[in-house]
Design a protein around this ligand. Structure first.
Ligand SMILES: [Fe+2]
Ligand SMILES: [Fe+2]
Length: 280
């Protein structure tokens, strides 16, 4: 099974780039193009939040049109730049798995890997939360999985990443959340967005994974006390490949044109090149 992960589209009304300069809408189209180029094609696509920049119906119309170009199932989850009600109303016609009310969580059990989408949004806040209600829902879904390989995907990473500009807007979790995750070794990954950078870490016995955005990235800054700034580093998508007996392997694929694929033509001086033995 191949799961593609896109994140943080930040779609904008036409003529209004994000932050005044980032043309996010063509970047969504380039991300879709990148998925359409892939062979074999992913079995499904996860979009981990911030599909819009301001939660406007026009922004969701742009997202909807772009995602309609993809032939495989697509599963979306909101982020802090989304407005839960507008997100659901505008996207539900194309995404009927979205609940009719309340948190926008769901479980997809149509594949060899179970997909659990978790809504971490707190209206009006940058950071997120897995409150007691959401944690209880997750615990129930995990209990029903009976050990089947599982991926949890959400917008806000529920773990610190050691970057002050990111960790000041955390996803609040209970002291028992990591224990819940650790009790389920079938969880292959906790997939997130929000930080617009590639980040991986060990978390509660699984792997915490943050994918870059499709448009702007957050500039890496490990100095204590600094605030996030953005930079136009290459966007990327993730491919999480699962095979029986192997488990899950995650690949990061830059989005964009980086030239043709070329053969490795070895120089004769290459130490690993087979040597011809001179005739005696
Ligand atoms: Fe974002
Ligand atoms: Fe975000």
């Amino acid at each position: 099974m191949i799961i593609a992960q896109l994140s943080d589209f930040h779609a904008r009304p036409h003529g209004n780039p994000a932050y005044g300069i980032v043309e996010t809408n063509p970047a969504i189209e380039r991300a879709v193009d990148e998925i359409l180029k892939l062979e074999p094609r992913p079995d499904c696509v996860l979009v981990t939040g911030d599909l819009s920049d301001c939660g406007l119906p026009e922004e969701y119309g742009i997202v909807r049109a772009a995602l309609r170009r993809l032939p495989m199932p697509i599963y979306v989850i909101p982020g802090n730049h989304d407005r839960r009600d507008t997100f659901a109303a505008e996207l539900r016609p194309d995404h009927p798995y979205l609940p009719q009310a309340g948190f926008l969580h769901y479980v997809i059990d149509d594949f060899p890997v179970r997909l659990i989408g978790l809504d971490t949004v707190v209206a009006g806040e940058d950071g997120g939360e897995i409150c007691a209600v959401r944690e209880a829902w997750l615990a129930e879904q995990l209990a029903q999985g009976q050990g089947k390989p599982t991926v949890i995907f959400m917008h806000h990473p529920p773990f610190p990443v050691g970057v002050d500009g990111m960790d000041i807007m955390p996803c609040k979790v209970s002291s028992g959340f990591a224990e819940l995750i650790a009790r389920h070794p079938e969880i292959e990954r906790v997939l997130c967005g929000h930080y617009h950078r590639p980040i991986q870490l060990r978390f509660a016995g699984t792997i915490g994974y943050v994918v870059p955005g499709t448009a702007h990235q957050v500039a890496l800054d490990l100095r204590p006390g600094t605030e996030n700034r953005f930079v136009m580093e290459p966007p990327a998508l993730a491919l999480h490949v699962w095979k029986p007996g192997l488990g899950m392997v995650s690949h990061l694929q830059p989005i964009g044109d980086y030239g043709p694929r070329r053969d490795f033509v070895l120089d004769p001086a290459y130490p690993g090149k087979p040597q011809t033995v001179p005739a005696q």
